[in-house]
Design a protein around this ligand. Structure first.
Ligand code: ZN
Length: 382
């Protein structure tokens, strides 16, 4: 039985105690009334009779009091049980919600392990968490490919990455990425600086064979690459010094490859689990402070889809533009989207409606002399 129900049950029994106490008090009153009548009728009532009355009364009160003590204790315990239950159920709800999301969390963990190249651990995790085909096996294969290409890029072997990109040229083209050209450019630079007597002819042969499809878009870059042949011996002090590959530029190529690879799988380049836990860790002190303040001020967090405080996150964790209405100072939402009015100024939908006094009548833009009708405002997507 639930603690609160137990206490409530006891309290109901306490209710029986209460009626007993009432009866006891009634009895006491009856004794007093009788005593009064007795004294009135016979003013010479002897002390022993009065003493007997007194002891009757005393025991009556004692009984009533004892019964009330039980009732009082019951009420206190019930209150405490309620407090405990209330606190407990908040957590329970939170954990309940967490339990509902467990499959999603498991999936996120499995995906994270795959992204990190921990394939065996991912398999083990899937088995132990009872995940059956939660992450499609095709993704597993894709991530294995990603990881092996990343590894070869770290060894400065470009061939697997170039082959991957060549096969997906159209898709990459539609994403307007320079990944494939970037890989060929790197390969060209490697050939040019291998330190053999054939470096220049090898690099030029490579350029001739591979740069053709990129002429239109990357002519300036190709010219630079051709020009740096002349400066090969003194590249560091040449106008082409920026073309020198160091470790950080290799890393940015690996990052670019990862981003494009994940994008074609319609996934973010960063593991969502990593981003969520890191952002959560950054936000935790703010939340903690907020909870303390809310407790001290006895206030509740009422906003639905919005945090009541700003959480400063690094720029790389900012994915969506936000729009704050310059009039209402409120951040726009799905139900209150930003609207562009004919003069070009942008306000929140609610503000437009307020300006038009909800009647659809003409209103004046708060920022310029133009006036317009609410129906002419157009929703914009940031
Ligand atoms: Zn305007």
């Amino acid at each position: 039985m639930d603690a609160i129900e137990k206490e409530l049950d006891k309290l109901t029994n306490g209710g029986a105690n209460l009626s007993k106490s009432i009866k006891d008090i009634d009895k006491c009153l009856e004794i007093l009334m009788n005593a009064r009548t007795t004294i009135e009728q016979d003013p010479t009532t002897t002390v022993p009779t009065l003493q007997a009355l007194e002891s009757q009364l005393k025991s009556g009160f004692q009984l009533a009091n004892d019964n009330l003590k039980g009732l009082h204790g019951g009420i206190t315990k019930y209150g405490k049980a309620l407090d405990k239950k209330f606190k407990h159920s908040t957590n329970e709800n939170a954990f309940g919600a967490l339990a509902n999301r467990q499959p999603l969390i498991n999936r996120a963990i499995q995906m994270h392990l795959l992204r990190e190249g921990n394939f065996e651990i991912a398999d083990m995790f899937a088995k132990e968490a009872g995940l059956v085909e939660d992450v499609p096996s095709v993704l597993d294969i894709e991530f294995r490919e990603l990881f092996s290409i990343q590894e070869s890029l770290r060894r400065k072997e470009l061939k697997p990455a170039i082959e991957w990109a060549e096969k997906r040229r159209d898709q990459l083209e539609s994403r307007a990425t320079n990944l494939e050209f970037e890989l060929h450019r790197l390969q060209y630079m490697i050939l040019l600086f291998q330190g053999t007597p054939d470096d220049v002819p090898n690099a030029l042969a490579y350029a001739k064979a591979q740069f053709g499809p990129f002429q239109k878009k990357y002519l300036a870059e190709i010219s630079q690459l051709a020009g740096c042949v002349v400066w090969r011996e003194k590249l560091a002090i040449s106008p082409y010094a920026a073309l020198i590959q160091d470790e950080s530029s290799w890393q940015s190529t690996i990052d670019l490859f990862t981003t494009e690879f994940c994008a074609l799988l319609r996934l973010s380049a960063e593991s969502p689990l990593y981003v969520a836990t890191t952002a959560g860790a950054i936000a935790l002190p703010t939340f903690n402070k907020m909870a303390t303040i809310m407790k001290a001020k006895k206030t509740e967090w009422t906003s639905q889809n919005e945090l009541p405080v700003e959480v400063p996150l690094p720029d790389k964790f900012k994915y969506h533009s936000i729009f704050v209405c310059p009039v209402s100072k409120e951040q726009t939402t799905d139900s209150n989207p930003p609207m562009m009015i004919p003069c070009g100024h942008v306000l929140a939908k609610d503000t437009v409606q307020k300006l038009a006094r909800g009647t659809g009548s003409r209103y004046k833009c708060p920022y310029c002399p133009a006036d317009s009708l609410p129906k002419d405002a157009r929703e914009i997507y940031l």
